[in-house]
Design a protein around this ligand. Structure first.
Ligand code: KIV
Ligand code: ZN
Length: 498
């Protein structure tokens, strides 16, 4: 593979992806994702925005220590203090990059900065020069480049290259561009910017109109050699370009002649890990990693696939690490099988944690016979919530036709035991009312989603909730074969975050 055919994968799951409300990860979880990204073979990990919070700062420090091969990148605004803090957070990184930039569209210049094009250009140049005092590798982003006038964009890109930028990022921040338009923008820069051959052009596409992947591909075909992506396409609003889609497009369409360093067999495990840690389900029909991505249900398709896979499958499930034979465990499966399946999913428990998980696994296997990957990831997640302040001790509900639903519950709040009972218009309402009798806080349930049950009535049900408290919305998750218990757990998860 020559340098000009190599596409660098810049993963921003831990920065742009993690900005999704309710999907924040703690530092330990971020390290787990960063290590899985390293195994996947990404070139750059954007580990956070250090000035934004002490948590983000600390995550960049810890990821820098934990990861060896990928370059660690920290985001800043075009502000000296941001750059100082980013440089400090990156001090342990073996290989590092500062990502600085500013809005360049007229909308950003006028309304966000109350400024003008010349002043913004000066600020961009100053920021890049300042960042170069700390690191050799500085990436500049022209925020909202998708809606920025190409001539002005070319001027600013040329100026930051002269100031020392090594990578120039052309974000379609609002997901507005059409693929032809975005591709032409990249081509325009390739053809009109002095010094562009000495730097890498990066794509950074959002999915507001469902065109993030198409735009990224248009950018690559027209000369970009880095793409900024997230696992499962997570990210604010409709999300970012999905890493797995770009990796598999380039693998399936060899004629494009571009290659990445991604070990595609690690795609499925990391997809499940990120989904589980962020409590963010992957939609069933999601390209590459969705539950139905390889499920042929129509008779004609099944017949064709049975005769020869190539009739309807353009990718081999094994190429993304989906090993159909080993995704179901039963009560007869031993610790070693559990460990091996968890490891395939990117979860690497210590011995003591494995013992706990194994007990929980056996309990679940008794309830539902076959335990699948999603169930295992939920179990691994339950272990993470053991340090919660409020825990559910017991729940008993009576409901049905001709009776008023009633729930009695017991909770443990920081070691103290409380009990209560209440009625409601259904079992979940009754359980939440009983909880509210104990936790005297003003709170309103804003959203309540039960994830579809995939394998029969004995499956684990997953509940996502949003609860408003003092003007802020908190996200919670619960999973159980009993949907009322899952709902109450999700509600308690929200309260634990107040
Ligand atoms: O979408 C965007 O413009 C960004 C930049 C901060 C890189 O995320
Ligand atoms: Zn973005």
């Amino acid at each position: 593979m020559s340098d000009k055919d190599r596409v660098y994968i810049f993963d921003t799951t831990l920065r742009d992806g993690e900005q999704v409300p309710g999907c924040q990860l703690n530092t330990v979880e971020k390290i787990q994702v960063a290590k899985a990204l390293e195994e996947l073979g990404v070139d750059v990990i954007e580990a956070g925005f250090p000035i934004s919070s002490p948590g983000d700062f600390n995550s960049v420090v810890e990821i820098s220590k934990a990861v060896t091969w990928p370059r660690i990148c920290a985001l800043t605004r075009a502000v000296e203090k941001d750059i100082d803090v980013a440089a400090e957070a990156l001090r342990f990184a073996k290989s590092k990059r500062i990502h600085t930039g500013i809005g360049t569209s007229d909308q950003h210049i006028r309304y966000k900065f109350n400024s003008n094009r010349e002043e913004i250009l000066e600020r961009a140049v100053k920021a890049v020069r300042y960042a170069r005092k700390y690191v050799d590798d500085v990436e500049f982003y022209a925020e909202d480049a998708g809606r920025t006038d190409n001539e002005y964009l070319a001027r600013i890109v040329e100026a930051v290259i002269k100031a020392g930028a090594t990578v120039v990022n052309i974000p379609d921040t609002t997901g507005y561009c059409l693929p032809e338009e975005y591709g032409a923008k990249i081509r325009y820069l390739v053809e009109n910017v002095d010094g562009i051959d000495d730097v890498i052009i990066s794509t950074h596409c959002h999915n507001d109109l469902g065109m993030a992947t198409a735009n990224t591909m248009a950018g690559l075909i027209n000369g970009a050699r880095q793409c900024e992506v997230t696992i499962n396409g997570v990210g604010e609003r409709a999300g970012n370009t999905a890493l797995e889609e770009i990796a598999m497009i380039l693998r399936c369409h060899k004629s494009i002649g571009l290659q990445t360093n991604i070990n595609t067999r690690k795609i499925y495990p990391i997809s499940r890990t990120v989904s589980s840690l962020m409590n963010m389900p992957v939609q069933a029909n999601k390209a590459v990693v969705g539950r139905n991505a390889f499920a042929h249900s129509s008779g004609i398709h099944q017949d064709g696939v049975l005769k020869d896979m190539s009739t309807y499958e353009i990718m081999n499930p094994a190429d993304i690490g989906l090993d159909g034979n080993s995704i179901v465990l039963t009560a007869r499966s031993g610790r070693a099988a559990l460990r091996s399946r968890l490891e395939a999913l990117g979860v690497k428990p210590e011995d003591a944690a494995l013992d706990q998980l194994y007990k929980a696994f056996l309990k679940l296997a008794d309830q539902k016979k076959e335990v699948n990957d999603d169930d295992l990831l939920v179990l691994a997640g339950a272990e993470r919530s053991e340090n919660h302040h409020i825990k559910l001790d017991f729940l008993q509900v009576t409901s049905g036709v001709g009776v008023k639903p009633i729930a009695s519950i017991g909770v443990d709040i920081a070691g103290e035991k409380f009990e209560s009972a209440a009625v409601g218009n259904g079992p979940v309402d009754a359980a939440i009312n009983a909880l509210k009798n104990i936790v005297h806080r003003k709170m309103t349930l804003k959203e309540f989603t039960i994830q579809n049950i995939t394998k029969g009535s004995n499956d684990v049900g997953k509940v996502h909730m949003q609860v408003e408290h003092e003007g802020k919305v908190y996200y919670g998750f619960g999973a159980n074969t009993d949907i009322v218990v899952a709902s109450l757990e999700a509600y308690i998860d929200c309260i634990n975050k107040f």
